[in-house]
Design a protein. Structure first.
Length: 526
């Protein structure tokens, strides 16, 4: 793990700068204490990062849970009681791991996973545009929601940018964006030094220096709300006074149990999908054990809840920033957690000079790499069965939120499967032979109840006095529902004078009187 320090340390610093405002913003969007978001980030980095089997995944508080957390805190009426639900959710996730429920991630189509990544990339860009221009009404943590807690939506916030530009923030944002592009596309190809030190890290450093210089001028000065805001402790000993601890007195009430199961289920789904997506981004295509990840997240949530932190999941924004910063091992995720801890304990005042606009420039680059235009062309060329779920997932993520987008994409994916199953149940060829209609019908390899409509339609629309050549040689599974349709058709065939020529791996049968016995023999042969 330590042999890649030259890659992992710069990557961890970039992820730290991405995670820092998100941890605070997600806490704000969740109506929770600011420190709770940082605690979740620290636990997600150090503790979950150590236990996880993911090479480059990063865990922490998730924007996708913010609305659930806010409602849960309001319903329970106590943040301390909510923390007990977080601890219980962690226990439930460990049980999920024992039950090997991590395999659920394998049942999500690739088109939905790619749509999720692309949708998140677009959301990142759209949500960071206001921060880039110095319009910081909306918290960073609202990144996965179309409607923000301020009443602004994604597009109205962009529309209001023109009237709310902070000149100093805009200058720093533009310089940061240009510097990262120059660093990644030109300088990194010129010398190995520019590969060791990340352009985004340099952009944050220069942006912070410029902000300090701008503070001495009236026109370019950047106010506190446009800067990173970390709670400042007067001394390390004060941390005991600001930590919040769970109230277990009502942990087994129905409200707490329902909230705990909701948190565990949603956090597990989000984690599994992030694991799947992160593995696809990984240049080395590592495979993360999903059940081990549920264990790691479960233990992480137990610890986070015990010391006042928000629920934790693996998160794709920080994970993708980690990948694109050339991280090579889990040390990057762990060390970013260490940096978050040091930020809270040692240098909060210094970090509070970082302008949000330079962090926005870092995230805009991350978003673009996730939502490259070439991917749209590639998915379109794969055909409508891939493109439609892909686009639906993106649109719903952008216009609603992450979980709705994944759900909509999955539903469309299932509909696509049903349509293709309907279309591919049989091959049909009609030809004339000696002035007599001959219909050649070949069944697919597997015929289920999903194929009932198409088969019944073709069989019962055959004309009188024709010849049906039915080939089930390649059919390895024939649902009993289809056998019943064939039984009914035998009766109709006699009435319509249709001659049936049945071909199977067992030979040829002319005008079979029944398919039931034949079906039983076929099941035995397989």
């Amino acid at each position: 793990m330590f042999k890649y320090l030259k890659n992992d340390i710069p990557a961890s610093i970039v992820v730290f700068f991405v995670a820092l405002p998100l941890c605070l913003g997600i806490a704000l969007a969740s109506d929770a204490p600011p420190l709770s978001g940082l605690i979740a980030g620290i636990i997600g980095g150090i503790f979950v990062g150590t236990l996880s089997g993911s090479r480059i995944g990063v865990s922490g508080p998730a924007a996708g849970l913010a609305a659930i957390v806010a409602v849960a805190i309001a319903k329970l009426g106590s943040f301390e009681l909510f923390l007990s639900a977080v601890v219980l959710a962690g226990v439930i996730q460990i049980i999920f791991g024992f039950l090997k429920m991590g395999v659920i991630g394998y049942y999500f189509p690739n088109s939905v996973i790619k749509g999720m990544l692309t949708g998140i990339g677009i959301i990142i860009i759209l949500k960071q545009i206001p921060h880039f221009f110095g319009y910081d009404l909306e918290a960073e943590g609202a990144d996965s929601f179309f409607w923000g807690i301020s009443g602004e939506n994604t597009f109205s916030a962009i529309a209001h940018v023109i009237d709310n530009i902070t000149l100093g923030s805009l200058i720093i944002g533009i310089l940061g964006l240009l510097l990262i592009l120059l660093w990644d596309t030109i300088l990194a190809k010129k010398h190995s030094f520019f590969k060791i030190i990340q352009g985004s890290l340099v952009a944050v450093f220069i942006g912070t220096i410029l902000q300090i210089l701008f503070s001495k001028t009236k026109d370019l000065a950047i106010e506190g709300k446009h800067l990173v805001e970390i709670p400042v402790l007067k001394s390390i000993s004060e941390i005991d006074t600001i930590l919040r601890f769970p109230d277990f007195s009502n942990i087994f009430t129905s409200d707490v149990i329902i909230i705990a199961f909701t948190l565990a289920f949603v956090a597990s789904i989000e984690t599994i999908l992030s694991v799947e997506a992160t593995d696809k981004l990984d240049p080395e295509k590592s495979i993360t054990p999903p059940n081990r990840e549920l264990f790691a997240q479960g233990f992480g949530n137990i610890l986070s809840g015990l010391i006042g932190g928000l629920p934790i999941t693996q998160v794709i924004v920080r994970s993708s920033a980690n990948v694109q910063s050339n991280a090579k091992s889990k040390f990057s995720a762990i060390f970013h957690g260490v940096l978050l801890l040091l930020a809270v304990l040692v240098i909060p005042s210094l970090l509070n000079h970082i302008p949000k606009s330079v962090l926005a420039s870092v995230l805009i680059i991350v978003g673009f790499k996730l939502a490259k235009p070439t991917l749209f062309k590639k998915m379109y060329n794969l055909g409508w069965t891939q493109f439609v779920p892909f686009i639906v997932t993106i649109l719903v993520i952008v216009l609603k939120d992450l979980l709705w987008g994944i759900g909509a994409g999955l539903i469309v994916g299932v509909i696509v499967i049903l349509v293709k199953s309907y279309q591919n149940s049989l091959f049909l060829n009609i030809k004339d032979s000696d002035n007599k209609n001959v219909v050649e019908m070949t069944f697919a390899e597997e015929i289920t109840f999903l194929n009932k409509a198409s088969i019944q339609k073709e069989l019962f629309s055959l004309p009188d006095n024709c010849r049906l050549e039915l080939d089930i040689t390649k059919t390895t599974y024939l649902d009993y529902d289809i056998v019943e349709i064939l039984e009914d058709f035998v009766v109709q065939a006699r009435n319509k004078n249709i001659f049936i020529h049945l071909k199977s791996e067992r030979g040829i049968v002319d005008n079979p009187k029944s398919f039931i016995e034949f079906f039983k023999l076929k099941k035995k042969s397989h």
